[in-house]
Design a protein around this ligand. Structure first.
Ligand code: HSE
Length: 315
């Protein structure tokens, strides 16, 4: 029997413009690590430490997405064999639009499930991450949860029960993601959106979402660029992002195919047809941010095909 397990889960970009709440992809490098171990002094679960958050994330299990996801997991496998203690290593920005809470939750359930001998399959683990995400963000959606746990570029057709489709990623497709260092809480960013949309807006969105899926299947970058339009969240959420319109112009002029908000922001991202174009777009956006004195982080890469992974186990 293992005594301790560590897992990593990637950051993710969600929405992908027209795919509000249903499309997302995993980032190549950024993400969180969670260590889980049996702890006799604990009845169910404790978060014994969080590093990398400057003390800003809740330590209470029922207020923390990783804690909530593990509680949901333990609900599914009663009776719980022993108490469990979690250490969360935040290795990516949070309140950033990069799926930070989903990364912690996915790494946590991956680690705890392995610690317990892998009693649950990935669909059951995903349900736990979606439940935790719903509690903190105010809505059940899997567009960060699914890529964080499963990797790749995914379409969440349904969340209850989860029906997740893994979409093909054309060769060369690369992303540039900029994280302006201002915090945007997902819950507030969701509350700012309208409860209903005009039929005309819906028609545009489902036409573009279908076109984007087709573009991914046929590696049609021109269609991908035409399809990634957002008439629902972008008009409202761009106001939380410094110099959004000017950054978008600079990215598109530099050769990016697209420029959209990552999740609920403030991170923004572009798709590019090659790594070299992505590097050029990143350079131009870095110059732009330096000129405008926008404190920011930058991530460039290819979509990560793997989701949460076990990184270590001790006996
Ligand atoms: N689809 C979600 C939203 C992602 O835009 O609110 C953020 O969790």
């Amino acid at each position: 029997m293992k005594n301790g397990v560590s897992a990593f889960a990637p950051a993710s970009v969600s929405n992908l413009a027209c795919g509000f709440d249903v499309l997302g992809f995993a980032l190549e490098s950024a993400g969180d690590v969670v260590h889980a171990r049996f702890d006799d002094s604990v009845e169910t679960v404790v978060i014994s430490d969080i590093t990398g958050d400057d003390g800003r994330l809740p330590r209470a299990v029922r207020k923390n997405t990783a804690g909530m996801a593990v509680m949901a997991l333990l609900e599914k496998i009663k009776p719980v064999p022993a108490g469990i203690s979690l250490v969360i290593e935040k290795k990516m920005p949070f309140a950033s639009g990069m799926g930070s809470s989903a990364a912690s939750a996915a790494a946590a359930v991956k680690a705890v499930n392995h610690l317990l001998g892998d009693p649950l399959d990935e669909t059951a683990l995903l349900e736990c991450v979606i439940a935790a995400e719903a509690t903190i963000s105010g809505g059940a959606h899997a567009d960060n949860a699914a890529p964080a746990l499963l990797g790749g570029l995914v379409l969440a057709r349904e969340v209850d029960p989860p029906d997740i489709l893994s979409l093909p990623v054309p060769a060369g497709l690369s992303y540039v993601l900029i994280h302006p260092r201002v915090a945007v809480e997902t819950k507030q960013a969701r509350q700012a959106l309208p409860a209903s949309i005009a039929l005309k807006t819906g028609v545009s969105h489902w036409a573009n979402t279908a076109a984007l899926v087709h573009a991914l299947h046929t590696a049609d970058f021109a269609l991908l660029a035409r399809a990634m339009r957002d008439f629902i969240a972008e008009p409202i959420r761009r106001r939380y992002i410094p110099h959004y319109e000017a950054m978008k112009r600079a990215a598109l002029e530099a050769g990016a195919l697209t420029f959209n908000i990552s999740g609920s922001g403030p991170a923004v991202f572009s798709f590019c047809s090659s790594r070299s174009t992505a590097d050029r777009v990143a350079r131009i956006l870095t110059e732009f941010c330096d000129r405008e004195r926008i404190d920011h982080g930058m991530f460039v890469g290819a979509i990560r095909s793997r989701g949460a992974v076990i990184t270590g186990a001790t006996r």
